[in-house]
Design a protein around this ligand. Structure first.
Ligand SMILES: NC(=O)c1ccc[n+]([C@@H]2O[C@H](COP(=O)([O-])OP(=O)(O)OC[C@H]3O[C@@H](n4cnc5c(N)ncnc54)[C@H](O)[C@@H]3O)[C@@H](O)[C@H]2O)c1
Length: 444
């Protein structure tokens, strides 16, 4: 590499967001440096191997590393600056529920130290409103160098990230047209649709609103399920029939609501509002409904076990550990399946649950969820279990009909399905031992 070498883009943080973005930018011919503090991730990336499962990334990453367009390192190289810096580090909540800023601050300091005069810095992580202006910009300013700053939030779905990075409209927020145009030029390499918005905060709020909107909708579906349950009505039928040919409602199906984004973004939105003295009641209540659901439903499962005389030694199989099954992912962060496990363990300390996921290999599952027994096949996990809990919406978990699952299960057993995989079947086909969220009417 000669002394005048410059990268087009430097990305700080090669997690789900950083690595997928780095890969697609390198695919369109940009010279990308991915800076990642975890050495194992740097080594894997430079070997062309992704550190998570994502549709299409194995081939794409291997191609861009071979072509030399994507290089990873644990820090920036002072003799090879970048024209554009993109910050994609994590912003999880602290133990006290507040949005963490330390990783954004550390990444901003790294960029400030290494950027040349006039660099464009893009914040892509999901942040509290005002972070770009009051946290990132002051750190960059302290370097004494000139810079431009834009907020361009990531909105892709895990499992479809590579496709969506080329298809979704990209939000570009900055305070001046000149900076918006510079940031838009980066994303126009990927997609024709760039949506420029007036300020940094506008873009920050768009990201939080998009995810909170989904959380609120799912919470309403879960609320519909709760009222249907107390009236002995099937919520699946209410929701599906109510919107058939009737476009004015579009209630989603009830189910576990989690994942690395939905578990925190609404919190970040209402904390941002609270900082300015505003309470966001709908946002806050929706989180309450979605966060309470695993505990409330486990209460039902335990009561049903007691009703059937299933003792504390009865085996429980929990199927679907990733936070979602569609699009498929191996990501367990924020997974409500873990909350279901937590609720079970609180009720029955020392309980060892059989766990299975169609995407996550048993060895990885065992390492990530110690204290339980992981299986590589659904049939093995279910064999002899008295309670089968279906916790995510991966289509593989809906392939074996309840009647076939019962063949494998122990006597007096029942199925509890968080995703209504089988609610389209008639009660006769389901038998008396199938319950789903919003469908807990007992037929015996
Ligand atoms: N996962 C998603 O699908 C998704 C979607 C949209 C937005 N987001 C948001 O994007 C951000 C990143 O999410 P993610 O899922 O990629 O997070 P992640 O935790 O998977 O990845 C962040 C990476 O940054 C690295 N890192 C942290 N500080 C660093 C530093 N100073 N220097 C170098 N590397 C550093 C970490 O080691 C980690 O590998 C978050 O704010 C998240 O809310 C995520």
């Amino acid at each position: 590499m000669n002394d005048s070498f410059r990268y087009d883009v430097g990305i700080v943080g090669l997690g789900y967001v950083g690595l997928t973005l780095a890969t697609v930018l390198a695919e369109v011919g940009m010279k990308v440096l991915g800076v990642e503090k975890r050495k194992d991730v740097v080594d894997l990336t430079n070997a062309g191997k992704p550190h998570f499962s994502e549709a299409g990334i194995d081939e794409a990453l291997s191609r861009v590393v071979k072509s030399g367009n994507l290089v990873s390192a644990q820090d920036f190289n002072p003799s090879a600056p970048c024209d554009v810096y993109i910050i994609t580090v994590g912003t999880p909540l602290n133990a006290d529920g507040k949005a963490r800023l330390d990783m954004i601050e550390a990444a901003s300091r790294q960029v400030a130290e290494n950027m040349p005069d006039g660099a464009l810095v893009i914040l892509r992580s999901t942040v509290k409103i005002g972070t770009a202006r009051t946290v990132v910009a002051p750190i960059l300013e302290a370097s004494g160098k000139s810079f431009a700053i834009a907020m361009c939030p990531e909105r892709t779905l895990e499992g479809k990230a590579l496709q969506e990075l080329r298809e979704l409209p990209q939000i570009v927020g900055a305070d001046s047209q000149d900076v918006r145009d510079r940031a838009a030029a980066v994303f126009r390499r990927l997609t024709n649709t760039v949506v420029q918005v007036a300020t940094l905060e506008t873009a920050e709020i768009i990201k939080l609103v998009d995810n909170t909107y989904r959380d609120v909708q799912f919470a309403f579906a879960n609320e519909v399920a709760r009222v249907c349950e107390v009236y002995g009505v099937n919520a699946h039928e209410v929701i599906a029939s109510g919107k058939l040919g009737y476009k004015r409602t579009n209630v989603p199906l009830p189910g576990l609501v989690g994942g690395p984004c939905l578990e925190k973004d609404p919190h970040i939105l209402f904390q941002s509002a609270r900082d300015r003295g505003i309470a966001l009641e709908i946002t806050q209540s929706s989180r309450l409904v979605n966060e309470r659901q695993p505990y409330e439903t486990v209460d039902f499962i335990l009561a049903e076990m007691a009703r059937r005389g299933l003792t504390d030694t009865a085996e429980i199989a929990l199927l679907g550990m990733a936070f979602k099954g569609v699009p498929a992912t191996d990501d367990l962060r924020g997974s409500m399946s873990l909350k279901v496990l937590d609720a079970l363990a609180k009720a029955r300390p020392g309980l060892r649950v059989r766990i299975y996921d169609p995407v996550v290999p048993a060895a990885d599952l065992q390492a990530q969820v110690p204290g339980h027994t992981a299986f590589d096949s659904l049939a093995e996990a279910v064999e002899g279990a008295s309670v089968v809990i279906i916790a995510n919406n991966h289509p593989d978990l809906g392939r074996k009909q309840p009647i076939d699952l019962h063949e494998l299960m122990g006597p007096k057993g029942f199925i509890y399905d968080y995703w209504n995989h089988f609610s389209n079947l008639s009660p006769a086909e389901l038998g008396r031992s199938y319950f789903a969220v919003g469908n807990i009417k007992r037929t015996v």
